[in-house]
Write a protein that binds this ligand. Sequence first.
Ligand SMILES: Cc1cc2nc3c(=O)[nH]c(=O)nc-3n(C[C@H](O)[C@H](O)[C@H](O)COP(=O)(O)O)c2cc1C
Length: 462
Amino acid sequence: MSIYETLSPYIFKLDAEKAHNIAEWALRHIIPLPFVQDLAAGQYCVVDEALHTEVAGMRFYNPVGLAAGFDKNATMIKGLSALGFGFLEIGTITQAPQEGNPKPRLFRHIEEKSLQNAMGFNNQGSQTIIKRLSKLYPYSIPLGINVGKNKIIAQSDSLKNYENVLLESLSVGDYFVFNLSSPNTPHLRDLQNVHFVKELFSMARSHTQKPLFLKISPDMDRDEMLKVVEMSIDSGVNGIIATNTTIDYSVLANPQESGGISGEALRDKSKEVLKILSEAFFTRTILISVGGIDSAQEAYERIKLGASLVQILSGLIFKGPSLCRQINEGLLELLKIDGFAHISQAIGQGIHTKHATKTSAIKTSRAGKKTNTDSITITTNALKSTKKNTQTFKTPSTTESSPKSTSQKSRQSKKSINAKSSAKNIESANTESTPKAPTKASKKSVTSTKQSPNIEQNTEKE
Ligand SMILES: Cc1cc2nc3c(=O)[nH]c(=O)nc-3n(C[C@H](O)[C@H](O)[C@H](O)COP(=O)(O)O)c2cc1C
């Protein structure tokens, strides 16, 4: 049991939103301090070529991302990067600032390792958040911007509202997610229909070639969901993020009266949606799985079910800051057990369908040249974010040092990064360099041939 899990009964005595605010303060003001950042990165970041992947033209040093909703205002980028995430998704952001729903609006269901939130897109508004992001851009790991609509905006004006935020944020996002699935903005989920997604992604694609994702609800009717996803693909989406929280209150023993449920109670539903989407679309679009993922086993299962990447949120609350490391180290072990040299070999291996060509879609999207959905060349800011951006990302099949043999892999697995090299000396997760010597801050051996994220690449000027 981690220190966090030992302390969690005391932490959980605090109001859930207050506890989140304390965590935000630490991630904003304490973790980014140079020595602390080195220490955290050394403790939490796992770098191993077997986990490096390229999705929709973006390079990820591991497949575990932070789901939207934890860093709604993009105030914690540096601190969160030091916790070992492979990518971050900020927001949901809306054009105008919003207070969100009345408090209390975030609840823990501790026994069920689940949360229920009725936050209602509380955020400082796109202008403030984008100004903050522009001081940090370019980032060391891919950063997605999750876009929503203001509560006061009429349904008929929704498209314009989404478009305004997209246009404002285009230069500071590596990818964009359109959130039509929060249960906490009245009638938002009604926008999950073929007509609206067609308009939405046609509009978005007319403005950018960067990766675009749709985040969907786990509560949709299966046939309707398939139609909506089909239309999104036809209209230029790169992938689907499945899923947002559920309002099926039967999954909890004592649910609150409002708010979406996440964590363990959402797990089966989220997984079921992933299975449905994989069976229908694995060869045609990228899938990112989120909902109840709190262990390497669960993350690996989603990857085998067709997810190229996974995201976590509630697991972080219940298991604490070492969760990324636990998942990434566990993934390395699980790959080894299955005899895979690289994470890409596992993607989709658990899909049970006769028409799933298990590697073609992922190969196409990972190649980063074009998506198989729209044949558009995609060069993201994640790729542009370094002076060495012309370097080719070496996939396992083209890298001298990989694929590794099982013995090589076992020697190299469980590598955590050198704290100094991660925080000071490395330009980007997207470039390569000679490994740096371990420092006292890092108790773990470091022999990686790839780089960790440079979490000090940019200095926040606020
Ligand atoms: C407190 C809280 C706030 C959230 N806010 C957002 C949000 O603003 N936008 C969004 O797309 N999803 C939001 N989510 C949903 C998460 O991104 C994620 O889809 C969901 O929690 C399932 O993942 P999990 O079980 O790992 O928490 C929120 C979830 C929680 C718990």
